[in-house]
Design a protein around this ligand. Structure first.
Ligand code: PLP
Length: 353
């Protein structure tokens, strides 16, 4: 009897905790709690959004529009859908990584069901014109999904103001736990579930909920926006300090992405005559963690598809170093990084000649 009572209390408590987390996510992006579905990560949210919409509508409309610089979670989902007969348009981006709204509007056809464009790029940090994309999507009665995995916590996202119909996020990108994500789907939009089983998440995502992860995600998103202005300003200042220091102290470097319109903590710089794997190895010895292309594909050594899409040649792409500054980084950290870069880059260049 005591055990049964405990289970009932725990069951109620966990339900309440999950509900509270859902409300926190909804408040952060200005939607209703019932429009949030918890998942295991950003990749799952992207899959559920894009495949879910395509499968539901495949008899009616089967064309989607995305970009050449999406994360593999979107690109590979689209490639998989192409094999299943869905038509996909991959938009180009300019040299800063920004899409053309004109090209987007021209790509919309009678049978276009979905536009999926990331809010901000994970490698070069470029922020896409989300509000304008939302306006175009709405005017043409096309659904709009955005992969906001890099944006949540770093940018203010309002799904109403920006006309976003579906949005993906991942907790560990805003200091939440790993292994939990969420998908926002506007009320009334039907999508097909991808996983069969129980009726969790209003029958859209079968499987026992990761309660601890969900609670962590809720706390993290609330904290991220509570401290947003100070956090964003601090990161922007540090990022700009890092970029100018590198440009002043190391010759033949080029910034990838937009100087201003980029994620607050992202700096992606190519070092001419340097292979980023060698640079990363040497930085790691100094206790510095960075990334050559995308941290999500560290096993992949081919030149970054994002850098190629912005027109970088393969040498420039292979010499790119992505630094992501975070909440705990200080000016002293940046000075230490730059000091080491000056030395390592010069050594590597000497070895090359
Ligand atoms: N989308 C973007 C833009 C990302 O940067 C990432 C991961 O870094 C993902 C999707 C995948 O998220 P997750 O690792 O939670 O599956």
């Amino acid at each position: 009897m005591a055990m049964l009572l405990l289970c009932i209390v725990n069951g109620r408590e966990t339900k309440r905790a999950v509900h509270l987390a859902r409300e926190k996510v909804a408040k952060a992006i200005n939607c209703k709690a019932k429009e949030i579905y918890f998942t295991s990560c950003g990749s799952e949210s992207d899959n559920l959004a894009i495949k879910g919409i395509c499968y539901k509508n495949r008899e009616r409309k089967n064309h989607i529009i995305t970009t050449k610089i999406e994360h593999p979670a979107v690109l590979h989902t689209c490639e998989s859908l192409e094999k299943q007969g869905v038509e996909v348009t991959y938009l180009n981006v300019d040299e800063k990584g920004c899409i053309s709204l004109y090209e987007l509007e021209n790509a919309i056809k009678e049978n276009t069901i979905l536009i999926s464009i990331m809010s901000a790029n994970n490698e070069i940090g470029t922020i896409e014109p989300i509000k304008e994309i939302g306006k175009i999507a709405k005017a043409h009665k096309v659904l709009f999904h955005t992969d906001s995995v890099q944006a949540i916590g770093n940018l203010k996202i309002d799904v109403e103001e920006m006309n976003i119909d579906l949005l993906s996020m991942s907790a560990h990108k805003f200091y939440g736990p790993k292994g939990v994500g969420a998908l926002y789907v506007r009320e009334g939009i039907e999508f097909e579930k991808l996983q069969d089983g129980g009726h969790q998440e209003r029958d859209k995502r079968a499987g026992t909920e990761n309660v601890a992860g969900i609670v962590g995600l809720g706390e993290a998103i609330e904290l991220a926006y509570k401290n947003y202005e100070g956090y964003k300003d601090k990161l922007k200042n540090l990022r700009d300090y890092y970029i100018t220091q590198v440009e002043e102290k190391i010759p033949n470097v080029s910034l990838n992405g937009d100087r201003i319109n980029r994620l607050p903590g992202n700096a992606n710089i190519s070092f001419e005559g340097v292979i980023s794997e060698e640079l990363l190895y040497k930085l790691d010895e100094k206790g510095i963690c960075a990334s050559g292309g995308s941290a999500c594909s560290t096993a992949n050594t081919s030149p970054s598809h994002v850098l190629m899409a912005i027109g970088a040649n393969s040498k420039r792409a292979k010499g790119a170093l992505r630094v992501t500054l975070g909440m705990q980084n200080t000016k002293e950290d940046v000075d230490y990084l730059v000091e080491n870069l000056v030395q390592i880059v010069s050594e590597l260049r000497e070895n090359e000649t």
